[in-house]
Write a protein that binds this ligand. Sequence first.
Ligand code: 5GP
Ligand code: ZN
Length: 117
Amino acid sequence: MAGEPQAGCVFCKIASGDIPATVVRRTERTLTFRDISPQAPTHLLVIPRVHHSNAAELAAAEPLIAAELLTEAGEAARGEGLESYRLIFNTGAEAGQTVFHAHVHVLGGKPLTEGLV
Ligand code: 5GP
Ligand code: ZN
């Protein structure tokens, strides 16, 4: 069922503590941790604790939690000392989504002016 933990979902396992992660922020509804394969000096992921397969599905089901992903992304960037940063929501395998639990990437710490990807 939407919102319930999904067996085999790596981010559900991080949310429950079954898989360790370097957590930098947590709220009742969200978790922010470092990406295991960073693409920039700062590369964080902000996830909802509840399982939805992408950002749009999260926003449709839980708009307040979707909004909280953005405020947490901003707070996490501020905590990293970033004035400029990029937020990315990949949706679908052809867009590069590999983990089908909603998340936003927070990237920064180097110039990100060369293009969208
Ligand atoms: P996507 O490609 O789905 O937008 O992003 C998934 C991200 O999750 C990738 O950047 C990948 O490096 C990261 N990731 C995958 N598995 C793990 C994990 O077990 N721990 C952490 N911290 N990040 C992970
Ligand atoms: Zn999940």
